[in-house]
Design a protein around this ligand. Structure first.
Ligand SMILES: [Zn+2]
Length: 400
Protein backbone atom coordinates (compact mmCIF):
# COMPACT_ATOMS: atom_id res chain seq x y z
CA UNK A 1 0.00 0.00 0.00
CA UNK A 2 1.53 3.32 -1.06
CA UNK A 3 0.94 6.48 0.89
CA UNK A 4 1.63 10.03 -0.17
CA UNK A 5 2.83 10.92 3.28
CA UNK A 6 3.66 8.95 6.33
CA UNK A 7 3.65 10.85 9.57
CA UNK A 8 5.46 8.05 11.24
CA UNK A 9 5.84 8.46 14.94
CA UNK A 10 8.84 6.63 16.29
CA UNK A 11 7.85 4.00 18.80
CA UNK A 12 9.29 4.40 22.23
CA UNK A 13 9.08 3.14 25.74
CA UNK A 14 6.74 4.80 28.16
CA UNK A 15 5.75 4.23 31.72
CA UNK A 16 2.12 3.60 32.58
CA UNK A 17 0.70 6.08 35.09
CA UNK A 18 1.14 5.13 38.75
CA UNK A 19 3.10 2.02 37.93
CA UNK A 20 6.74 1.14 37.86
CA UNK A 21 6.17 -1.55 35.24
CA UNK A 22 7.52 -0.87 31.75
CA UNK A 23 5.09 -1.39 28.88
CA UNK A 24 6.23 -2.95 25.62
CA UNK A 25 7.07 -0.59 22.72
CA UNK A 26 4.07 -1.85 20.74
CA UNK A 27 1.71 -1.29 23.70
CA UNK A 28 3.17 2.18 24.15
CA UNK A 29 2.47 2.89 20.49
CA UNK A 30 -1.07 1.50 20.81
CA UNK A 31 -1.73 3.73 23.82
CA UNK A 32 -0.49 6.80 22.04
CA UNK A 33 -2.97 9.52 20.96
CA UNK A 34 -4.75 8.58 17.79
CA UNK A 35 -3.83 4.89 18.07
CA UNK A 36 -5.66 4.52 21.39
CA UNK A 37 -9.02 4.68 19.55
CA UNK A 38 -9.90 2.17 16.84
CA UNK A 39 -9.00 3.40 13.33
CA UNK A 40 -12.46 2.46 12.07
CA UNK A 41 -15.04 2.87 14.83
CA UNK A 42 -13.23 4.81 17.57
CA UNK A 43 -13.68 2.13 20.26
CA UNK A 44 -11.15 1.95 23.06
CA UNK A 45 -8.86 0.22 23.77
CA UNK A 46 -7.15 -1.01 20.62
CA UNK A 47 -5.68 -4.48 20.77
CA UNK A 48 -4.98 -5.56 17.19
CA UNK A 49 -2.85 -4.13 14.38
CA UNK A 50 -3.82 -4.45 10.73
CA UNK A 51 -0.71 -4.97 8.60
CA UNK A 52 -2.06 -4.57 5.05
CA UNK A 53 -4.07 -1.55 6.20
CA UNK A 54 -0.85 0.39 6.63
CA UNK A 55 -0.46 -0.43 10.30
CA UNK A 56 -3.72 0.65 11.87
CA UNK A 57 -4.68 -0.02 15.47
CA UNK A 58 -8.14 -1.49 15.76
CA UNK A 59 -10.66 -2.93 18.20
CA UNK A 60 -11.53 -6.62 18.21
CA UNK A 61 -14.71 -6.14 16.15
CA UNK A 62 -13.02 -4.15 13.37
CA UNK A 63 -10.00 -6.48 13.36
CA UNK A 64 -12.44 -9.33 12.69
CA UNK A 65 -13.52 -7.44 9.56
CA UNK A 66 -9.86 -7.02 8.54
CA UNK A 67 -9.41 -10.79 8.75
CA UNK A 68 -12.66 -11.43 6.89
CA UNK A 69 -11.21 -9.36 4.04
CA UNK A 70 -7.97 -11.30 4.13
CA UNK A 71 -5.83 -8.60 5.78
CA UNK A 72 -3.20 -10.01 8.12
CA UNK A 73 -3.44 -8.88 11.72
CA UNK A 74 -1.17 -9.12 14.78
CA UNK A 75 -2.06 -8.80 18.42
CA UNK A 76 -0.63 -5.84 20.33
CA UNK A 77 -0.13 -7.79 23.54
CA UNK A 78 0.12 -11.44 22.51
CA UNK A 79 2.47 -11.35 19.51
CA UNK A 80 6.13 -10.41 19.61
CA UNK A 81 7.29 -7.43 17.61
CA UNK A 82 10.68 -6.59 16.10
CA UNK A 83 11.85 -2.95 16.01
CA UNK A 84 11.77 -2.96 12.19
CA UNK A 85 8.14 -4.11 12.21
CA UNK A 86 7.23 -1.38 14.66
CA UNK A 87 8.90 1.25 12.52
CA UNK A 88 6.87 0.14 9.50
CA UNK A 89 3.52 0.91 11.16
CA UNK A 90 2.08 4.20 9.92
CA UNK A 91 -0.52 4.51 12.67
CA UNK A 92 -4.14 5.62 12.56
CA UNK A 93 -3.60 9.31 11.86
CA UNK A 94 -1.31 8.94 8.85
CA UNK A 95 -3.55 6.25 7.33
CA UNK A 96 -6.70 8.36 7.87
CA UNK A 97 -5.02 11.43 6.37
CA UNK A 98 -4.46 9.42 3.23
CA UNK A 99 -7.40 7.05 2.99
CA UNK A 100 -10.14 9.20 4.52
CA UNK A 101 -9.15 12.52 3.01
CA UNK A 102 -12.39 12.74 1.02
CA UNK A 103 -14.63 10.79 3.38
CA UNK A 104 -18.11 12.31 2.91
CA UNK A 105 -19.48 13.84 6.13
CA UNK A 106 -22.67 11.83 5.80
CA UNK A 107 -21.02 8.44 5.24
CA UNK A 108 -21.89 6.10 8.10
CA UNK A 109 -18.86 4.84 10.01
CA UNK A 110 -19.29 1.94 12.41
CA UNK A 111 -20.03 2.96 15.97
CA UNK A 112 -17.88 1.88 18.93
CA UNK A 113 -19.26 -1.12 20.82
CA UNK A 114 -22.48 -0.80 18.82
CA UNK A 115 -25.15 -3.19 20.00
CA UNK A 116 -27.40 -4.30 17.18
CA UNK A 117 -25.54 -2.45 14.43
CA UNK A 118 -25.81 -4.30 11.12
CA UNK A 119 -22.55 -6.07 10.23
CA UNK A 120 -22.85 -4.62 6.74
CA UNK A 121 -22.05 -1.12 8.03
CA UNK A 122 -18.66 -2.09 9.49
CA UNK A 123 -17.81 -4.44 6.62
CA UNK A 124 -18.59 -1.95 3.87
CA UNK A 125 -16.81 0.92 5.63
CA UNK A 126 -13.57 -1.09 5.81
CA UNK A 127 -14.00 -2.33 2.24
CA UNK A 128 -14.69 1.16 0.91
CA UNK A 129 -11.72 2.62 2.79
CA UNK A 130 -9.02 0.05 2.00
CA UNK A 131 -10.10 -2.03 -1.00
CA UNK A 132 -12.09 0.38 -3.10
CA UNK A 133 -10.29 3.45 -1.71
CA UNK A 134 -13.51 5.40 -2.14
CA UNK A 135 -12.61 8.02 0.41
CA UNK A 136 -9.36 9.08 -1.30
CA UNK A 137 -10.83 9.97 -4.62
CA UNK A 138 -14.33 11.49 -4.94
CA UNK A 139 -14.48 10.15 -8.51
CA UNK A 140 -14.59 6.66 -7.04
CA UNK A 141 -17.79 7.44 -5.15
CA UNK A 142 -19.78 6.31 -8.14
CA UNK A 143 -22.82 5.59 -6.02
CA UNK A 144 -23.42 9.26 -5.36
CA UNK A 145 -24.00 11.13 -8.57
CA UNK A 146 -23.61 14.83 -8.12
CA UNK A 147 -25.97 17.06 -10.01
CA UNK A 148 -25.54 20.72 -10.69
CA UNK A 149 -26.71 23.24 -8.11
CA UNK A 150 -27.73 22.84 -4.52
CA UNK A 151 -25.31 20.00 -3.85
CA UNK A 152 -27.97 17.71 -5.30
CA UNK A 153 -27.65 13.96 -5.28
CA UNK A 154 -29.71 11.66 -7.31
CA UNK A 155 -29.78 7.89 -7.42
CA UNK A 156 -31.96 5.46 -9.26
CA UNK A 157 -31.92 1.70 -9.18
CA UNK A 158 -33.63 -1.56 -8.46
CA UNK A 159 -34.40 -2.86 -4.97
CA UNK A 160 -36.47 -5.79 -3.75
CA UNK A 161 -39.43 -4.44 -1.82
CA UNK A 162 -41.45 -6.56 0.55
CA UNK A 163 -45.15 -6.76 -0.29
CA UNK A 164 -47.53 -4.95 2.07
CA UNK A 165 -49.75 -8.01 2.28
CA UNK A 166 -47.45 -11.03 2.10
CA UNK A 167 -43.91 -12.27 2.58
CA UNK A 168 -43.16 -11.87 -1.12
CA UNK A 169 -40.64 -9.39 -2.47
CA UNK A 170 -41.14 -7.53 -5.74
CA UNK A 171 -38.52 -5.83 -7.87
CA UNK A 172 -39.13 -2.09 -7.83
CA UNK A 173 -37.29 0.90 -9.23
CA UNK A 174 -36.48 3.47 -6.55
CA UNK A 175 -35.44 7.05 -7.19
CA UNK A 176 -33.83 9.49 -4.80
CA UNK A 177 -33.59 13.23 -5.34
CA UNK A 178 -31.94 15.56 -2.88
CA UNK A 179 -32.96 18.66 -4.76
CA UNK A 180 -36.63 17.71 -4.81
CA UNK A 181 -36.51 16.11 -1.34
CA UNK A 182 -38.00 12.75 -2.16
CA UNK A 183 -37.47 9.03 -2.26
CA UNK A 184 -40.04 7.39 -4.48
CA UNK A 185 -40.68 4.07 -6.12
CA UNK A 186 -42.52 2.87 -9.14
CA UNK A 187 -44.79 0.02 -10.11
CA UNK A 188 -44.71 -1.29 -13.70
CA UNK A 189 -41.73 -0.70 -15.94
CA UNK A 190 -40.60 1.43 -18.82
CA UNK A 191 -42.92 4.10 -20.16
CA UNK A 192 -45.88 2.57 -18.27
CA UNK A 193 -44.26 3.04 -14.89
CA UNK A 194 -46.29 4.76 -12.22
CA UNK A 195 -45.17 6.40 -9.00
CA UNK A 196 -46.47 4.26 -6.15
CA UNK A 197 -45.24 6.35 -3.23
CA UNK A 198 -43.30 9.56 -2.71
CA UNK A 199 -41.61 9.99 0.64
CA UNK A 200 -40.11 13.29 1.81
CA UNK A 201 -36.45 12.63 2.64
CA UNK A 202 -36.39 14.97 5.63
CA UNK A 203 -39.22 13.00 7.26
CA UNK A 204 -37.94 9.46 6.79
CA UNK A 205 -35.60 7.38 8.86
CA UNK A 206 -33.51 4.63 7.36
CA UNK A 207 -32.07 1.72 9.37
CA UNK A 208 -30.02 -1.28 8.37
CA UNK A 209 -31.99 -3.94 10.24
CA UNK A 210 -29.10 -6.35 10.84
CA UNK A 211 -30.99 -8.90 12.94
CA UNK A 212 -31.31 -12.53 11.98
CA UNK A 213 -35.03 -13.26 12.10
CA UNK A 214 -36.65 -15.93 9.99
CA UNK A 215 -37.64 -14.46 6.65
CA UNK A 216 -35.26 -11.52 6.89
CA UNK A 217 -32.42 -10.84 4.47
CA UNK A 218 -28.93 -9.90 5.73
CA UNK A 219 -29.06 -6.74 3.59
CA UNK A 220 -32.49 -5.70 4.83
CA UNK A 221 -33.13 -1.97 5.20
CA UNK A 222 -36.13 -0.35 6.89
CA UNK A 223 -37.46 2.99 5.64
CA UNK A 224 -39.87 4.48 8.18
CA UNK A 225 -42.00 7.50 7.38
CA UNK A 226 -45.35 9.16 8.14
CA UNK A 227 -48.16 8.17 5.82
CA UNK A 228 -51.69 9.53 6.25
CA UNK A 229 -51.21 10.17 9.95
CA UNK A 230 -49.70 6.78 10.67
CA UNK A 231 -46.27 5.25 10.60
CA UNK A 232 -45.38 3.20 7.58
CA UNK A 233 -42.36 0.95 7.18
CA UNK A 234 -40.97 -0.18 3.86
CA UNK A 235 -38.62 -3.14 3.91
CA UNK A 236 -36.19 -3.41 1.02
CA UNK A 237 -33.01 -5.25 0.21
CA UNK A 238 -30.50 -5.70 -2.57
CA UNK A 239 -28.55 -8.91 -3.15
CA UNK A 240 -25.29 -6.95 -3.09
CA UNK A 241 -24.25 -5.62 0.30
CA UNK A 242 -22.30 -2.81 -1.36
CA UNK A 243 -25.39 -1.65 -3.24
CA UNK A 244 -27.72 -1.57 -0.22
CA UNK A 245 -25.11 0.32 1.82
CA UNK A 246 -24.72 2.71 -1.08
CA UNK A 247 -28.50 3.41 -0.92
CA UNK A 248 -28.28 3.81 2.83
CA UNK A 249 -25.48 6.35 2.53
CA UNK A 250 -27.07 8.12 -0.43
CA UNK A 251 -30.22 8.70 1.68
CA UNK A 252 -28.00 9.99 4.50
CA UNK A 253 -26.26 12.23 1.96
CA UNK A 254 -29.57 13.72 0.84
CA UNK A 255 -30.60 14.32 4.45
CA UNK A 256 -27.25 15.94 5.14
CA UNK A 257 -27.68 18.41 2.31
CA UNK A 258 -31.28 19.08 3.30
CA UNK A 259 -30.05 19.99 6.77
CA UNK A 260 -27.24 22.06 5.33
CA UNK A 261 -29.69 24.42 3.71
CA UNK A 262 -31.37 24.86 7.09
CA UNK A 263 -30.18 27.48 9.54
CA UNK A 264 -28.02 25.14 11.55
CA UNK A 265 -24.45 26.10 12.28
CA UNK A 266 -21.68 23.75 11.07
CA UNK A 267 -21.17 22.61 14.69
CA UNK A 268 -24.86 21.80 15.14
CA UNK A 269 -24.86 20.00 11.83
CA UNK A 270 -22.00 17.73 12.85
CA UNK A 271 -23.78 16.81 16.07
CA UNK A 272 -26.99 15.93 14.28
CA UNK A 273 -27.52 12.22 13.71
CA UNK A 274 -28.70 11.80 10.14
CA UNK A 275 -30.35 8.47 10.80
CA UNK A 276 -31.10 6.34 13.82
CA UNK A 277 -30.50 2.68 14.55
CA UNK A 278 -32.85 0.64 16.70
CA UNK A 279 -31.70 1.08 20.32
CA UNK A 280 -33.28 -2.32 21.00
CA UNK A 281 -35.45 -4.60 18.92
CA UNK A 282 -36.95 -8.05 19.34
CA UNK A 283 -40.01 -10.05 20.29
CA UNK A 284 -41.99 -9.14 23.40
CA UNK A 285 -45.34 -10.35 24.74
CA UNK A 286 -47.81 -7.56 25.52
CA UNK A 287 -51.20 -7.34 27.20
CA UNK A 288 -53.98 -4.91 26.41
CA UNK A 289 -55.16 -1.84 28.37
CA UNK A 290 -57.28 -3.89 30.81
CA UNK A 291 -54.29 -6.10 31.61
CA UNK A 292 -56.58 -9.13 31.40
CA UNK A 293 -56.31 -9.65 27.64
CA UNK A 294 -54.36 -12.59 26.23
CA UNK A 295 -50.61 -12.04 25.85
CA UNK A 296 -49.89 -11.10 22.24
CA UNK A 297 -46.50 -11.67 20.70
CA UNK A 298 -45.27 -8.42 19.19
CA UNK A 299 -42.19 -7.44 17.21
CA UNK A 300 -40.96 -4.28 18.94
CA UNK A 301 -38.33 -1.71 18.13
CA UNK A 302 -37.16 1.40 19.91
CA UNK A 303 -36.37 4.25 17.52
CA UNK A 304 -35.36 7.45 19.29
CA UNK A 305 -38.23 8.14 21.73
CA UNK A 306 -40.81 5.90 20.16
CA UNK A 307 -41.43 2.27 21.02
CA UNK A 308 -43.18 0.66 18.07
CA UNK A 309 -44.97 -2.67 18.38
CA UNK A 310 -46.02 -4.73 15.39
CA UNK A 311 -48.08 -7.88 14.88
CA UNK A 312 -45.16 -9.40 12.98
CA UNK A 313 -41.60 -8.80 11.91
CA UNK A 314 -41.56 -6.48 8.87
CA UNK A 315 -45.20 -5.48 9.33
CA UNK A 316 -45.72 -2.43 7.13
CA UNK A 317 -47.85 -0.59 9.68
CA UNK A 318 -46.99 -0.94 13.37
CA UNK A 319 -49.99 -1.69 15.61
CA UNK A 320 -48.95 1.00 17.98
CA UNK A 321 -46.40 3.57 18.97
CA UNK A 322 -45.63 4.60 22.52
CA UNK A 323 -44.05 8.00 22.91
CA UNK A 324 -41.45 8.08 25.66
CA UNK A 325 -41.41 11.42 27.43
CA UNK A 326 -39.54 12.34 30.55
CA UNK A 327 -39.68 11.45 34.21
CA UNK A 328 -41.72 11.74 36.38
CA UNK A 329 -44.70 11.50 33.98
CA UNK A 330 -43.06 8.45 32.38
CA UNK A 331 -41.33 5.61 34.23
CA UNK A 332 -40.20 2.05 33.73
CA UNK A 333 -39.73 -0.75 36.24
CA UNK A 334 -39.07 -4.46 36.35
CA UNK A 335 -42.09 -6.63 37.12
CA UNK A 336 -45.83 -6.03 36.72
CA UNK A 337 -47.57 -2.90 38.03
CA UNK A 338 -49.11 -2.95 41.54
CA UNK A 339 -52.41 -4.85 41.58
CA UNK A 340 -51.73 -6.47 38.20
CA UNK A 341 -54.88 -8.45 37.50
CA UNK A 342 -53.75 -10.86 34.87
CA UNK A 343 -53.43 -14.34 36.24
CA UNK A 344 -52.05 -16.18 33.17
CA UNK A 345 -48.28 -15.86 33.15
CA UNK A 346 -46.57 -15.20 29.82
CA UNK A 347 -43.93 -17.53 28.42
CA UNK A 348 -40.57 -16.29 29.64
CA UNK A 349 -42.05 -14.30 32.50
CA UNK A 350 -39.48 -11.51 32.36
CA UNK A 351 -42.05 -8.79 32.84
CA UNK A 352 -41.54 -5.03 32.83
CA UNK A 353 -43.95 -2.13 33.09
CA UNK A 354 -43.79 1.11 31.16
CA UNK A 355 -45.94 3.79 32.78
CA UNK A 356 -47.11 6.73 30.69
CA UNK A 357 -49.68 9.44 31.48
CA UNK A 358 -52.20 7.49 29.36
CA UNK A 359 -51.77 3.96 30.68
CA UNK A 360 -49.43 1.29 31.95
CA UNK A 361 -47.98 -1.00 29.29
CA UNK A 362 -47.01 -4.45 30.53
CA UNK A 363 -44.49 -6.37 28.44
CA UNK A 364 -42.74 -9.69 28.87
CA UNK A 365 -39.37 -10.57 27.34
CA UNK A 366 -38.18 -14.06 26.43
CA UNK A 367 -35.06 -13.86 28.59
CA UNK A 368 -33.70 -11.95 31.56
CA UNK A 369 -30.97 -10.49 29.32
CA UNK A 370 -33.50 -9.18 26.78
CA UNK A 371 -35.62 -7.72 29.60
CA UNK A 372 -32.57 -5.92 30.99
CA UNK A 373 -31.72 -4.51 27.55
CA UNK A 374 -35.18 -2.94 27.25
CA UNK A 375 -35.10 -1.64 30.82
CA UNK A 376 -31.69 -0.03 30.39
CA UNK A 377 -32.42 1.55 27.00
CA UNK A 378 -35.76 3.05 28.10
CA UNK A 379 -34.46 4.05 31.53
CA UNK A 380 -31.67 6.10 29.89
CA UNK A 381 -34.13 7.83 27.57
CA UNK A 382 -36.51 8.91 30.32
CA UNK A 383 -33.67 10.84 32.00
CA UNK A 384 -33.22 13.16 29.02
CA UNK A 385 -35.57 15.76 27.63
CA UNK A 386 -37.01 15.33 24.12
CA UNK A 387 -35.52 17.35 21.27
CA UNK A 388 -37.22 18.57 18.08
CA UNK A 389 -35.35 15.79 16.25
CA UNK A 390 -36.99 13.21 18.51
CA UNK A 391 -40.42 14.48 17.51
CA UNK A 392 -39.56 14.23 13.83
CA UNK A 393 -39.82 10.44 13.88
CA UNK A 394 -42.79 10.27 16.18
CA UNK A 395 -46.09 10.13 14.37
CA UNK A 396 -47.97 10.92 17.56
CA UNK A 397 -45.91 14.03 18.31
CA UNK A 398 -45.47 15.61 14.92
CA UNK A 399 -49.03 16.52 13.84
CA UNK A 400 -48.64 14.70 10.56
ZN1 LIG B 1 -13.42 -0.73 15.83
Amino acid sequence: MAFASANQKSPGYSQPANSGEAVSPIRALANKGENASCAECGARPTSVVGLETGGTFACVACAAVYRRLGFRTRSVDRDSWQPAELASLLGNLAVAQELERNLPAFYRRPKPHAVGEADAIRHQFVLAKYRRREFCDPALQAAYHRMGGGGGFTKEGQLWKRSKDSDKYFSRIFELSERDNYLRYFVKDGSAREVKATIPIDRLNVTMVGVAVEGSHPNLMQILYPDQGRTRSLYVYHEQEQEIISWYNAIRGCKYYRYRVSLLSPEELLRLPLTYDFAVCGWLAKTGPNQTEAWQRRWCFLLRRSLFYCAGFMEPRPRGEIWLGQRPAYSISAGPPPGFRKKVKPAGQHVFTLSTPDRDYVFSADSAAACQQWLTAIDNLLDSSPTPQDCLYSMTRSNV
